[in-house]
Design a protein around this ligand. Structure first.
Ligand code: AMP
Ligand code: GLY
Length: 417
């Protein structure tokens, strides 16, 4: 199978890493990719938001499966353009991707499908904002309605900050604060059949002990030894299947990856958000544990054949990933710094620990930083402690001036396991 992956982050590198070891994959292409992906896939320049350009590239390459990684192309309708060209595509249509593209739309779907989530108001005027903030009280949860690359949400006790964020957004969702640990659960779906993957936990804040601003995610681990073994079944029944059924009922079936961001509250599981694509960095740890070959799974979803697939197989290993970000991330990051030590990781830590690139590019013989999230170091081990030790040992060989990473990824779960 000839496969084309669209995107350039560590998620796409994780996808390509798995696909490159899948015996069914005869050719692996990625557009636009990054310096790390170039080692396992042939790169092509493309504007990932341009559906006609992506469909044209896929046609020229003879791709038999296109996988769209990030949310922005999905919300822009790139998967529709690929499918119109007659090529199976893993990723939801523009209409179905609104589940991520509009928080108000997601809230409406959940209300109709009776999916448990935080109570919320959609506000467009300062008066409505004031009323909603007053109704819920602190801590305030204020979400920009549209896509904001993980930076549109403010959770704060400071009413001035809550008000300022709300009034800076055109349309804003203000909702009840959810306590309790967060879990990311992904499901692969063809619009009808839903196949859950294994849960992971992400670390959203920039600094240790969940301090600092929200980011796209600073690290992740899987499995979750502390989670109720019935969690996946429960979320399938109360969240994933009803949501997929509701979108099909509306005539806009969701096929691709449905990502449920969940809070395990004292009153039960609640949806914090939906995403319409694999999460980053959770994908790095979930795919590290998936034994079922990836291409066949995603092709089955893209062609409506998931119901025929045998149950997924998983390794008993634990996986941990730690994100290395540029100086000043998640603010305007500094780029162009050399990333050193990559060869040392390849020589000393592989195959149990490896680097997945995000914002990197090649300049001559050097790899330099090219974005806020530069790379993530992923490791597997017999348990979380071993995976964590391997990830941090490999990370210690990477040198990037001014970079930051969290030192406590999976620490608590490993200690309690
Ligand atoms: P989102 O982009 O909706 O996932 O929000 C980003 C992060 O903000 C989440 O991962 C949570 O840590 C936090 N958050 C979002 N909604 C809530 C909520 N209702 N209660 C508490 N924290 C929240
Ligand atoms: N890890 C959070 C996200 O992918 O949105």
């Amino acid at each position: 199978m000839k496969v084309l992956v669209i995107g350039s982050g560590a998620r796409e590198h994780a996808l390509c890493h798995s696909l490159s070891s899948d015996p069914d994959v005869t050719a692996l292409h990625c557009a636009p990719g990054n310096a790390g992906i170039a080692e396992v896939a042939e790169l092509h320049p493309v504007d990932a938001l341009d559906g006609a350009a992506v469909a044209g590239l896929a046609t020229r390459l003879g791709a038999e499966l296109v996988i769209v990684g990030p949310e922005a192309p999905l919300v822009a309708g790139v998967a529709d353009a690929v499918r119109e060209a007659g090529i199976p595509c893993f990723g939801p249509s523009r209409e179905a991707a609104r589940l991520e593209g509009s928080k108000a739309f997601a809230k409406d779907v959940m209300a109709v499908a009776d999916v448990p989530t935080a109570r919320s108001y959609v506000c467009t005027t300062p008066d409505e904002v004031e009323e909603a903030l007053d109704a819920f009280g602190a801590p305030y949860v204020v979400k920009d309605d549209g896509l904001a690359a993980g930076k549109g949400v403010v959770v704060t006790d400071d009413i001035e900050a809550a008000r300022a964020h709300a009034n800076a957004c055109e349309r804003v969702v203000i909702e009840e604060f959810l306590d309790g640990p967060e879990v990311s659960l992904f499901a692969v779906t063809d619009g009808e059949t839903v196949v859950p993957l294994q849960p992971a936990q992400d670390f959203k804040r920039a600094l240790d002990d969940d301090k600092g601003p929200n980011t796209g995610g600073m690290g992740a681990y899987s499995p979750l030894p502390w989670a109720d073994p019935k969690l996946v079944d429960e979320v399938m029944e109360t969240v994933l299947q009803p949501t997929v059924d509701e979108l099909r009922r509306r005539g806009t079936p969701f096929s691709g990856l449905l990502y449920a961001g969940l809070a395990i509250t004292s009153r039960g599981v609640r949806v914090i958000e939906f995403n319409a694509r694999f999460g980053d960095p959770e994908t790095q740890v979930v795919l590290a544990r998936l034994r079922t070959p990836l291409a066949g799974l995603l092709l089955a979803a893209a062609t409506g054949n998931l119901g025929f697939l045998p149950p997924l197989r998983w390794s008993d290993d634990a996986a941990v990933t730690v994100v290395v970000a540029s100086h000043n991330y998640p603010g305007t990051p500094r780029t162009g710094d050399p990333v050193l030590g990559l060869d040392e990781v390849a020589a000393q830590d592989a195959p149990n620990a490896y680097v997945l690139h995000a914002g990197t590019k090649r300049e001559g013989d050097a790899v330099v930083s090219a974005g806020g999230r530069v790379l993530s170091v992923t490791a597997v081990g017999g348990d979380l402690t071993e995976a964590r030790d391997r990830a941090y040992a490999a990370l210690s060989r990477i040198r990037l001036d001014g970079s930051l990473h969290r030192t406590d990824i999976a620490a608590r779960a490993a200690a309690e396991a």
